[in-house]
Ligand binder design. Structure first.
Ligand SMILES: Cc1cc2nc3c(=O)[nH]c(=O)nc-3n(C[C@H](O)[C@H](O)[C@H](O)COP(=O)(O)OP(=O)(O)OC[C@H]3O[C@@H](n4cnc5c(N)ncnc54)[C@H](O)[C@@H]3O)c2cc1C
Length: 97
């Protein structure tokens, strides 16, 4: 689980860097931002869920670090456009090509 989480965290940096590189070239990055936000926020929830699992009961205790991350990270799939809306943005661009 720790290896999976470290791998997913590393993978989430790639679309962020891709969007940043395109922005540096003054290219449009709407879809790249949607991909980066969608992947990173869903990944973060999976990682927080695994952290609770790895720590067992200690991970579930209120105000433990894992429990705080598990709870706090959930909102990022809602705020600044929900995951479903990010998927709509990405799919519409792909279908318009
Ligand atoms: C704590 C918090 C902070 C926020 N901060 C910001 C902010 O700084 N700036 C900002 O612009 N917005 C912000 N938002 C708004 C957020 O990005 C969402 O746009 C908003 O929560 C969605 O509106 P709603 O709650 O009325 O849900 P609804 O629009 O009713 O959506 C309910 C559910 O249906 C899904 N859904 C809606 N339409 C579709 C569709 N066409 N296809 C598939 N699924 C769909 C949504 O993804 C969601 O899961 C914030 C929200 C929260 C909770």
């Amino acid at each position: 689980m720790i290896a999976d989480s470290a791998t997913e965290i590393a993978a989430a940096r790639l679309p962020v860097r891709n969007a940043a590189a395109k922005k540096d070239r003054d290219e449009r990055i709407t879809v790249e931002c949607s991909m980066a936000k969608l992947f990173a926020t869903e990944m973060a929830s999976r990682v927080a869920d695994r952290a609770v699992q790895v720590l067992g009961g200690m991970g579930y205790i209120r105000n433990s670090i894992a429990e705080c991350h598990f709870r706090d990270l959930r909102v990022y799939r809602l705020c600044e456009r929900t995951s479903e809306i990010q998927r709509l943005v990405i799919a519409r661009r792909l279908l318009n090509r």
